[in-house]
Design a protein around this ligand. Structure first.
Ligand code: NAG
Ligand code: NAG
Ligand code: NAG
Ligand code: NAG
Ligand code: NAG
Ligand code: NAG
Length: 401
């Protein structure tokens, strides 16, 4: 039987070692010794390369298991940043990251981007829906300390966007650490009753739509307050089957009288509606509003001066296209009982426990088809000097602790 070359060389080694100390060293033995070590070296290199990836991967898995208990986001971070090659996974992470609030998109670019909506309704990732709070302010959010209390502890469930006058110096606004700090979107001038007020609302909506986790959108002014704690408001909004855009038909100069025949035939006087601008809507309706290229231009062109687009655009648009899913009321309480073009403004002495309790439970309305006495979640207009009393009532009356 022939011996295999391998066993031949092994024999050779054994003998070579014994002969190594002998004076007589055969040249052939030396050659086979080199050959053997050469083969071993190559085999070793090949093995170490193929095992390296394996052990590297194993190392990462162990590391991420260690860290995942404290922070799940760190796990994906460590895999992708150290991976390189076939083992990194970005998935949708980059796509889902909302852009910086202080971006440099023009309105046209912003609205176009915000109008995108996925055709597949189910999300292929775990999505915690958020409420986007949109503050339409002149400068600072006047009652910020009350809102800070309201938001504290619910950071995963809300986002804030503030639209204020471009002349407002942000460094005079809310300090670092505040929920409002760094949440100002690129803003433009807003005139009372001007159509650019609606443009600001659409700008706020568009910015908030860029974050895919925002599911409900609430428009607030700088003088608004919450009437309930975060959990109550979050559930009320998330569980609602309807949108809250107040709308009604009103005869006379401050209602139908503001309609312009030039808006026809797309908008007829029968479709003209009025209502409060302070809305609470879902993502679908928000996308429709930023995408509207049919009706909004008519308001930009023909709803000027004493027309007050902010009181008519959304009520008319929603009445024409999305009425069946609308509650036709707003969740923001305001006192118009004194008459005139402005609602009543509340000063310190107006804020009593009885008053706040009445706003919370003193009304009757429908919610998801059932009758309820929680009809308002927010209220306006509160002057800055009401803050002390509001903060004192917050834990006891408003259940905001
Ligand atoms: C967002 O933009 C501001 C101002 O341009 C900049 O200072 C900040 O670093 C940016 N943040 C991120 C996360 O890019
Ligand atoms: C904003 O205010 C800060 C400090 O009050 C000041 O240093 C800065 O120059 C102001 N910026 C503008 C654009 O006025
Ligand atoms: C919706 O209401 C149900 C009970 O009515 C409640 O269990 C659930 O937590 C609510 N959903 C949210 C998001 O609050
Ligand atoms: C709101 O008004 C529209 C149109 O008038 C109507 O179809 C809808 O049923 C109303 N919604 C409620 C909750 O009453
Ligand atoms: C609300 O109404 C639905 C039907 O519209 C009913 O099934 C449900 O029990 C009601 N809930 C309450 C708390 O009355
Ligand atoms: C929120 O307020 C409601 C009453 O409006 C109260 O029942 C509930 O316990 C409060 N939740 C928290 C987390 O404070």
């Amino acid at each position: 039987m022939m011996k295999s070359p391998q066993s031949q060389s092994q024999n050779a080694i054994v003998s070579s070692f014994t002969k190594l100390f002998n004076v007589q060293l055969h040249i052939l033995n030396l050659l086979s010794l080199f050959l053997f070590f050469g083969c071993g070296l190559i085999l070793g290199i090949i093995l170490s390369f193929s095992l390296k990836d394996f052990s590297f991967n194993l190392h990462i898995t162990q590391f991420s298991q260690l860290t995942s208990s404290s922070s799940p986001s760190l796990q994906s971070e460590s895999v992708s940043s150290s991976g390189g090659g076939g083992f990194s996974r970005v998935g949708l992470r980059e796509y889902l990251k909302p852009p910086n609030v202080t971006h440099d998109m023009e309105d046209q670019e912003l609205l176009w981007r915000a109008s995108m909506s996925p055709k597949i309704q189910e999300y292929p990732f775990e999505r915690v829906p958020k409420v986007a709070f949109l503050f339409l302010a002149r400068g600072p959010v006047l009652l910020a300390p009350l809102w800070e209390k309201f938001f504290k502890g619910y950071e995963e469930l809300y986002s804030i966007y503030v639209h204020s006058s471009p002349s407002f110096n942000e460094s005079e606004g809310e300090p670092p650490g505040s929920a409002f700090h760094g949440r100002r979107i690129p803003s433009k001038n807003v005139g009372w009753g001007d159509v650019n007020m609606v443009e600001a609302e659409r700008r706020l909506l568009a910015n908030a739509l860029l974050d895919f986790s925002n599911e409900r959108f609430v428009l607030l002014s700088e003088s608004c307050i919450p009437l309930f704690n975060f959990t109550t408001i979050y559930s009320y909004l998330m569980n609602s089957t309807q949108n809250f855009v107040e709308l009604y038909d009103l005869e006379g100069p401050v209602g139908r009288g503001r309609y312009s025949p030039e808006m026809g035939p797309k908008i007829s006087i029968d479709q003209w509606r009025k209502g409060s601008q302070w809305f609470q809507i879902d993502r679908d309706l928000a996308i429709e509003i930023v995408s509207d290229k049919t009706y909004f231009p008519l308001f930009q062109n023909y709803c000027k001066g004493n027309c007050y687009a902010d009181e008519h655009y959304l009520p008319t648009f929603v009445y024409m296209k999305f009425a069946e899913k609308n509650a036709n009321r707003t969740l923001t309480w305001v006192d118009w009982s004194y008459g005139g073009p402005h609602p009543r403004r509340f000063i310190r002495s107006g804020v009593t426990v009885e008053f706040l309790k009445k706003l919370r439970n003193g009304y009757s309305c429908e919610y998801n088809g059932n009758s309820t006495n929680i009809c308002y979640l927010f209220a306006r207009k509160f002057l800055p000097n009401t803050l002390d009393r509001l903060l004192r009532s917050a834990p006891t009356v408003l259940h905001i602790s």
